[in-house]
Write a protein that binds this ligand. Sequence first.
Ligand code: ZN
Length: 161
Amino acid sequence: MSIAADKVVSIEYTLTDDDGEVLDTSVGDEPLIYLHGAENIVDGLEKALEGRNAGDEVVVVVEPEDGYGEYLAELVSTVERDAFVGIDELEVGMEFEAEAPDGDSQIVVVRAVDGDEVTIDANHPLAGQRLHFAVKVIDIRDATADELEHGHPHGDDDHEH
Ligand code: ZN
């Protein structure tokens, strides 16, 4: 069985940046399980895995446009300190869930605090970065009807939505 749309795929992966620094890895942990063709993983990696088989090792470099997007200056904005209701200590690096213009929720990071003005950044933490993936395909199986309906794989454990 090869990787194609509607397959549930288990992979072991290590993600590094241009300098070879490890940003994320599944090695030593459970494999990452995703539903192929459902945008569970970044576009560039999904494309590179298409047609691969269990046991294959894949090394791929994903440009920002096929990864987490370019870094967009317009996603950095300044808001009033009052917007952070109930937060006593506001520090650089803090992450908050905010409503995006399209109504979805997004994570914003505090970049600067200057008196009553707070600079927030809604870019993905890996936006603008070239992603280096080293992947080993562990397992491939057909997705169940439930998984296809939900757009993501289900593990052995019951899960709630
Ligand atoms: Zn589900």
